[in-house]
Every structure is written in C-alpha cells, then in structure tokens.
Design a protein around this ligand. Structure first.
Ligand SMILES: NC(=O)c1ccc[n+]([C@@H]2O[C@H](COP(=O)([O-])OP(=O)(O)OC[C@H]3O[C@@H](n4cnc5c(N)ncnc54)[C@H](OP(=O)(O)O)[C@@H]3O)[C@@H](O)[C@H]2O)c1
Length: 288
C-alpha cells in the first residue's frame, strides 16, 4: 500500500510517516521544501509521479498570527490548495485524507462538539480551515477529514509539546486559563488517522483522545507523572492567566472546544485512550 504524506515535516506529518512505516506501508513523505502544495499543477504532477493509493494532507499554515497577517496565504494553504488536491485525488481514484481543527468552532456550546455541528470560527485560521473542509468535501465527497485539537509531540512547536520541558526548568509557570478542550499525542493522532483511512471512512471524524482538559490540568498531570517517575521538576506553581493578558495569544480562540469521538470509536471498533495515556507515552518518548 503506497501512501503519500504531504506537509510531512510538520508535527503530525512526522508521526504519520513514522506510523505508516511501522505498519509496513510504502511511504513517501514530502516536506515543505520539497513540495509547496499551493503551486499550480503540483497535485496533478505529484500524483502522476508517485501514483499513491492514499494521500494524507498534513500541510497547513497553523500559526494564528501568520494567518491574520497574511490572509491570502492562509486561504491558499488552508482552503484552496486542499480542495485542489482533493479534486485531483478524486479524479485519479486516490483516497484523500485532510486534517481539520477544533478552531472552526466558536466555543459557545456546553457539551463536546459533534462532527456536524455548525462552524463559527473566531480567527482567520479557523475561518479558512472551515472553508477548506467545505471545499474538500465538495471537490471530493469520498474524502476523509479528521479533526484534531491541541496536538503535542516530539519537536512540536505547540505550547503543549513544550510544556513538559518548561516544567523541568521554571519554578513558576504561567499559562493561559479559561479554555477547555480535547488534546492528542501526535502518535495517537497518526494511529487514528491511518485506522480511519484503512476502514474506508469518508466524511468528517474527530481524531482526538478521550476526555477533556485545560492547559493547567495538562501541566498538573505532567508534573504528577514526572515526579512519580523520579524526574526532576523545577515547577512549584502553575498560574493561570487570562488569555487576553498572555503575550503571543492575542488572536481569539474558542474557550470551550472539546470534540466528541463517539462516531470515531464506533467506526474504529475500539476505545480511543484518554489524553493522560497519550501524555504518558509522550513523556516516555522524551525521557521525562
Ligand atoms: N498542532 C495542533 O495543535 C493542531 C490542532 C488542531 C488541528 N491541527 C491540524 O493538524 C494538521 C497538521 O498540523 P501540525 O500540528 O502538524 O502543524 P505544523 O507542525 O505547523 O505542520 C504543518 C506543516 O505544513 C507545512 N506547510 C506550510 N505551508 C505549506 C505549503 N504551502 N506547502 C507544503 N507544506 C506547507 C509546514 O512547513 P513550514 O513549517 O516550512 O511552513 C509544516 O511542516 C493541520 O491541518 C492543522 O490544522 C493541528
């Protein structure tokens, strides 16, 4: 089974390549320097060259700030190019998998978001990702979209990826409060995405780990797990700060965005492990 992973240099892309190889698939991972997914005719050329059975699109402009600064670029990468790849894959009968985000929601719900809840994006990133989902499904109704949230993993630029390291260094850790969401170890995200694709799923599914948390809850859990393993933790205090007071977090994010995984578990025929299990795997991976 030949799988092509585009955006393979990013956090989720790297874990997808690793997991697909572990499963014995024939994997080609193209990083941004090797392939700009927005280049005209890139999809047609690359598909003709590699002839994969599946394409997984892990490329995205994920910085909320960069999306606001350059909306045309965000629209191209997060909405227009995925639709073009979806269309070309559809024509060539190649399975197309695209990744989505909880940031398409407005956070006003009081229970976990279902796959078909209406989007209400608060940011340019959320808006373009929502538009991307719509365009992908229109261009290729057989496509599979897997929505992720608060992903963490080795070498990731996300705050949750960096948090365990920060806890070993800083005595007082300040983090944004007032937000609740789902989260996922990138290794588990890769397993869910590949399992869904292997089951022949199409449409929208949520690919996060069970349970919900806050950044503080995640940090406290990490401290507890690291201490239980005898690791050195510098952090004595975890302080929640209102998100609007945090430098670098000026763009609105949903206050409440857990994603419901009932449909995903049904089609996979297995329970997705809780986020704490993913955190434990991550800590083992980075030696903390
Ligand atoms: N990380 C999260 O917490 C999170 C949460 C929810 C959903 N998601 C979704 O999960 C997917 C993967 O995200 P991630 O966390 O792996 O993000 P990431 O680490 O930022 O990776 C995205 C990758 O896409 C590449 N890229 C950007 N523009 C490109 C272009 N024009 N052509 C080809 N590659 C390009 C980036 O390369 P450069 O670095 O060189 O630009 C980067 O390697 C995205 O669809 C994202 O919306 C992520």
């Amino acid at each position: 089974m030949k799988v092509l992973i585009i955006g393979a240099g990013g956090l989720t892309g790297r874990y997808l390549v690793r997991e697909a190889k572990r499963r014995g698939m024939e994997v080609t991972g193209l990083i941004h320097e090797e392939l700009d997914i927005t280049r005209a005719d890139a999809a047609k050329e690359i598909l003709a060259k590699w002839k994969p059975a599946w394409v997984i699109n892990a490329a995205s402009l994920t910085s909320l700030e960069k999306c606001e600064e350059d909306p045309a670029r965000s629209r191209k990468i997060n909405a227009e190019a995925p639709a073009e790849w979806a269309k070309e894959c559809g024509k060539a009968k190649i399975r197309f998998v695209h990744l989505g985000t909880d940031y398409i929601f407005d956070g006003k719900k009081s229970s976990a978001y279902l796959p078909h809840d209406l989007p209400g994006p608060l940011s340019r990133y959320g808006k373009d990702k929502a538009e991307g989902e719509k365009r992908v499904m229109k261009a290729n109704p057989q496509a599979l979209i897997v929505r992720l949230a608060w992903v963490f993993g080795h070498g990731g630029a996300t705050f949750m990826s960096k948090l365990p390291g920060i806890l070993t260094e800083k005595e007082v850790v300040e983090l944004a409060g007032g937000r609740t969401g789902s989260c996922t170890y990138a290794g588990e995200a890769a397993r869910i995405i590949l399992d869904l694709a292997a089951k022949g799923a199409n449409g929208i599914y949520h690919g996060v780990q069970a349970g919900q948390t806050t950044w503080k809850g995640f940090a406290e859990q990490a401290v507890e797990m690291m201490r239980a393993k005898g690791k050195k933790v510098a952090c004595r205090e975890i302080r929640e700060v209102p998100i609007e007071k945090m430098a670098g977090l000026k763009i609105s994010r949903p206050a409440f965005s857990p994603l419901d995984i009932t449909e995903t578990e049904k089609i996979l025929g297995r329970k997705i492990p809780a986020w704490e299990k993913g955190l434990a795997e991550y800590l083992d991976e980075i030696g903390l």
